[in-house]
Design a protein around this ligand. Structure first.
Ligand SMILES: C[S@@+](CC[C@H](N)C(=O)[O-])C[C@H]1O[C@@H](n2cnc3c(N)ncnc32)[C@H](O)[C@@H]1O
Length: 305
């Protein structure tokens, strides 16, 4: 199903706005009538009739487009139409990594096991980010960027390169979620190794989640991340070699980790701490361990500048 062939989202957005405006006009007019004012104006009644006509036209268009199994009922609402359109757009994205609640009962089918609020709690995302600036490195569909915005961050920049530039994945999921959530999250396609204060600025909070083990040069990546961190870093990563009591890292030269050739290193907790320190971070705390299995686990660290 090609994106362009889905009936226009803009038509739906316009209708939603008109419905809200009409509702407001009618409730104001009803209040005026109660206090002895004139009945609804002819213009308002005509506007309602035109709105109904346009609404039915969109319903028929959407109806015609979708298969008979997903038919809209005669008395379907704008929300039913919106849900159907949204589901079609979501299905049109080749790969979803995040489960993002887009409203009207539609949650994106991410494979990355994200969901609110559990995932946000797991990484220890502060309850309030009011007035803060946040950089989400390797944002993919933007789950954490949108979460930061929801928690009051005044500016959020989502960056990525690998999947956004991949012809098999792309940036469509992030863009769709941003539009539907009416989000102001900014975006930039940039490699971790190209991050610098000159290119992106410096942010109060930097998120580096699920990215470190994808780095062929993890120490260099942490140096770059340090350079754009104003106050705090939240780092979530795969760890390995947990049976080793010294700082150590497993090296995956091929597809050893999750059959994914883009995974390079699995450091243990001591190594992560040492690597963060060598980049310049201090007050490093391990705040969460999950999915422990054999010598591996996922860990979350908080570090400060
Ligand atoms: C496992 S996903 C994690 C996505 C998200 N941060 C999360 O925790 O759910 C890894 C992300 O890192 C990105 N990535 C990998 N290598 C990168 C690089 N060199 N520069 C920027 N992003 C990179 C990928 O494109 C992908 O979005």
């Amino acid at each position: 199903m090609a994106a362009e062939s889905i009936p226009s989202w803009q038509d739906l957005t316009n209708l939603k706005k008109r419905a809200a405006d009409l509702q407001l006009c009618f409730s104001q007019a009803a209040q005026e009538m109660q206090s002895g004012g004139t009945p609804f104006s002819q213009a308002l009644v005509e506007e309602l009739a035109t709105y109904r006509e346009d609404f039915n036209q969109l319903r028929r268009k959407v109806q015609k487009f979708f298969s008979p199994q997903r038919q809209l009922r005669e008395n379907s609402s704008l929300q039913d139409i919106e849900r159907l359109l949204l589901k079609a757009e979501v299905a049109n994205i080749p790969v979803w990594h995040h489960c993002i609640d887009l409203g009207c009962g539609v949650i994106t089918p991410g494979g990355g096991k994200t969901s609110s609020p559990e995932t946000e709690q797991k990484i220890g995302l502060p309850e309030s980010l009011a007035g803060m600036t946040v950089l989400d490195v390797g944002a993919w569909d933007g789950f954490y960027s949108f979460a930061a915005e929801k928690r009051g961050a005044k500016r959020v920049l989502a960056t990525d390169s690998f999947v956004w530039q991949s012809p098999d994945v792309g940036k469509g999921g992030f863009e769709l979620a941003r539009r539907v959530l009416n989000s102001q999250v900014e975006d930039m396609e940039i490699d971790v190794l190209d991050l610098s204060p000159e290119k992106v600025g410096v942010f109060d909070l930097v998120l580096l989640l699920g990215v470190l083990y994808h780095m062929r040069h993890p120490l260099l990546a942490l140096d770059r991340v340090f350079s754009v961190t104003g106050k705090q870093l939240i780092l979530e990563t795969h760890v390995d070699m947990l049976n080793c009591e010294r700082p150590a890292a497993a090296f995956y030269s091929g597809r050893e980790l999750n059959n994914d050739p883009t995974n390079w290193f699995g450091p243990n907790a001591l190594a992560v701490k040492g690597m963060l320190e060598s980049a310049g971070f201090r007050d490093i705390k391990l705040v969460n361990t999950s999915q422990a299995s054999g010598t591996c686990a996922r860990m979350v660290f908080h570090a400060w500048r």
